[in-house]
Design a protein around this ligand. Structure first.
Ligand SMILES: [Zn+2]
Ligand SMILES: [Zn+2]
Length: 241
């Protein structure tokens, strides 16, 4: 008897979700620049025996990375198109994510992080070469590391618990990483909140005060550009089955 393939069969064979050696090379470059920054922070702190400043700077980096992940996600979700220079692929991928949110769990590791790894390489490499301050590098290492891996945190927020490593579940349960229940709100109407995808600590602040909606109004009245969230996108569920 011929049985029909599972609904996501085509996704499993989609070459656009596979990692290429180019994706892996950029991921290696991004991780190397972050690790150099981290090494500079640790070596500088060990040499000066001053740890409090770098630790606090790392915490600030972790908190700010969540805010930046939200701002970036909001911009990519709402403005530009697949033909936009530099960001076109990301905009297209995030649009696809709203149509098939669970597909992110089928995207291979380096494929998912490639664009952010490139951005981190170009941003952090000059800092690695030009600065030696351990407090500065503690901030940069944690901030850029969280941003680089934010798409992985996002993928985990779409994955069923049975498929997640226990450490990831523990971090989500402790509120240190965005969880499935916290991110689910981003994929239901009105599709204009819960943009932050690192720790999601900024989501409540930004959504209660309607910061992004206020920015959308300003952009609309000043430049006449309508955000995509004003016309509801379609969605086929938020997590992997
Ligand atoms: Zn989105
Ligand atoms: Zn999502």
């Amino acid at each position: 008897m011929i049985t029909s393939p599972p609904p996501n069969h085509h996704i499993l064979n989609d070459p656009s979700l596979r990692s290429t050696w180019k994706h892996r090379a950029w991921l290696a470059c991004g991780c190397t620049t972050v690790l150099i920054s981290l090494a500079k922070a640790i070596m500088g702190a060990a040499k000066s025996h001053i740890w409090l400043g770098p630790i606090l700077a790392g915490l600030v980096g972790y908190i700010l990375a969540d805010l930046m992940s939200g701002v970036y996600h909001w911009v990519i979700d709402n403005y530009g198109s697949a033909s936009t220079p530099i960001f076109g692929d990301q905009i297209d991928a995030f649009q696809g994510h709203h149509e098939q949110p669970w597909a992110i769990t089928r995207r291979q590791f380096a494929n998912n992080l490639d664009a952010l790894a490139r951005a981190v390489t170009f941003t952090v490499l000059p800092m690695d070469l030009a600065v030696n301050d351990p407090i500065f590098h503690a901030f940069v290492a944690v901030w850029s590391g969280c941003l680089l891996f934010s798409q992985q945190f996002h993928a985990w927020a779409h994955t069923t618990k049975s498929r997640l490593p226990p450490l990831v579940i523990a971090l989500q349960d402790m509120g240190l990483l965005v969880s499935r229940s916290q991110h689910a709100g981003h994929h239901i109407p009105p599709y204009n909140n819960n943009y932050c995808i690192v720790s999601r600590v900024w989501n409540e602040f930004l959504d209660k005060r309607q910061i992004f909606q206020a920015l959308e109004m300003i952009l609309f009245y000043r430049l006449g550009v309508r955000p995509r969230s004003w016309s509801e996108p379609s969605s086929n569920g938020t997590e992997a089955s």
